[in-house]
Ligand binder design. Structure first.
Ligand SMILES: Cc1cc2nc3c(=O)[nH]c(=O)nc-3n(C[C@H](O)[C@H](O)[C@H](O)COP(=O)(O)OP(=O)(O)OC[C@H]3O[C@@H](n4cnc5c(N)ncnc54)[C@H](O)[C@@H]3O)c2cc1C
Length: 396
């Protein structure tokens, strides 16, 4: 295979990569997206929950091919079984729709291609091409052939296990406590609540939660995620999920038709996501909501910003770190505060007793909260349980 010359090479065909490719191509850049797997979107490593309200911002139209189920909102269940129902409008970026993620990802790839981006599957980036500290492309491997892809900008959209960041000397290292290890079963012949995505806070001290995202009346994704540093033996996550299912008659007679195992970065925002000729986006840039582990929305929002800045860089013919800092500034303005707040909230939850969580969930369930903001929650708690305010003071 001959070496290739393009304006932009995007490494990774998940939502972050395809949206970046789409917006960069729309702005006239010659874009090549490479994906190491043989098929975009599979295997699925996702709970498949998203909200509808950010889709328009990134130019995605809901489509029956991937939008298979809608829910009214989220149901938070505390350790004592208290339930808090939250309307879809305020429930965050992961609640409202349950999708077929493989079809969703393929659709995003189709949009990128329609905008002019080229795509090569079964093509891995195996190293970066550099001139001094400047990144000038990637070395790639496709069906046994190695070749260079020379580019003005390399986009690392290569997910949780991102190597592009490391090779480009951008520090994306995660502490064990900032990695959520997840296991999920797609189950059929069960009885989920089809109207709500459920978040079950049984053991938040392990740094995670169980989720049930319904895909219809008798089907759901049932999963669990825990912080890596809280995992004491190899079988712990699986035993936990199996035990939960066994204890619940609505699920115990169900059948598992798919097993998904994966990890999500749940760190605070990292210091830097750009360099000379390189930028990171999505899970590779650790842009996941650290509280829920949801990352599709942020990958798409940051992908759009990245694509637009790449278009501007292409016009200015300036691919320096200084120019690409525009991306850094814009995505941080849009998301950084909420990422930090969610990170702090998760840190707090891990050290909160079940008794306190029960009190918080019960207090919120008794009133109709208009907004799921920390301020709103604190207001409610200060009325019902003023004694808890000191405990939560570092979040205020
Ligand atoms: C079990 C689980 C459940 C989840 N549930 C939800 C949920 O319900 N809602 C939600 O919003 N988020 C969820 N997430 C998180 C969500 O899946 C990610 O945040 C999202 O996929 C990030 O998109 P991305 O494009 O950054 O990365 P990815 O989707 O991971 O895409 C990265 C791509 O890069 C490719 N790649 C990697 N290295 C190379 C290379 N060297 N060369 C070429 N290609 C490469 C990979 O094959 C992959 O296709 C979940 C994650 C897990 C693990």
């Amino acid at each position: 295979m001959n070496d290739l010359n393009v304006d932009v090479v995007v490494v990774g065909g998940g939502p972050a990569g395809t949206i970046t490719a789409k917006y960069a191509a729309m702005d006239g850049a010659d874009v090549l997206l490479i994906e190491k797997r043989q098929e975009i979107g599979t295997p699925v490593r996702c709970g498949e929950g998203i909200a509808g309200r950010w889709l328009e911002e990134v130019g995605i139209k809901p489509d029956d091919r991937w939008l298979t189920h809608r829910v009214k909102g989220a149901k938070i269940i505390s350790p004592d079984g208290s339930k808090l129902h939250i309307d879809e409008k305020i429930a965050g970026k992961e609640v409202g729709m349950v999708i077929e993620r493989d079809v969703f990802d393929k659709n995003l790839a189709r949009d990128a291609a329609k905008s002019g981006a080229n795509i090569m599957v079964k093509t891995s980036a195996i190293s970066l091409l550099k001139e001094g500290n400047k990144v000038v492309g990637v070395r790639a491997k496709h069906l046994g052939d190695e070749f260079d892809i020379n580019a003005n900008i390399v986009v690392g959209a290569d997910g949780f296990e991102s190597q592009i960041g490391r090779w480009g000397k951008i520090d994306t290292t995660l502490k064990p406590k900032d990695i959520s290890v997840c296991l999920q079963y797609r189950m059929i012949d069960i009885k989920p609540d089809p109207d709500y995505c459920e978040f079950i806070l049984e053991d938040v001290q392990k740094g995670g939660y169980l989720w049930i995202f319904p895909k219809g009346d008798d089907e759901a994704n049932v999963g669990v995620g825990f912080q890596l540093n809280k995992i004491t033996d190899k079988k712990m996550v699986r035993s936990y999920l199996d035990d939960f299912i066994k204890r619940h008659p609505d699920y115990s007679r169900g059948k598992v038709i798919e097993i998904v195992a994966g990890a999500v970065p749940v760190s605070a925002p990292i210091d830097k996501t750009v360099g000379d000729g390189i930028l990171l986006v999505g899970d590779a840039a650790r842009q996941v909501n650290p509280m829920t582990g949801g990352g599709i929305a942020n990958a798409c929002i940051c992908g759009k910003i990245a694509g637009e800045v790449i278009g501007e860089a292409q016009k200015a013919q300036d691919f320096s770190c200084e120019f690409l800092n525009k991306y850094e500034k814009r995505w941080r303005k849009r998301l950084e505060d909420s990422l930090y707040l969610n990170y702090l909230t998760r840190e707090k939850l891990v050290s909160t007793s079940n008794e306190t969580i029960n009190k918080i969930v019960r207090s919120l369930a008794e009133v109709q909260i208009e907004q799921l903001s920390t301020l709103e929650i604190i207001k409610v708690i200060s009325k019902k349980h003023p004694e808890l305010i000191e405990e939560l003071s570092d979040l205020i």
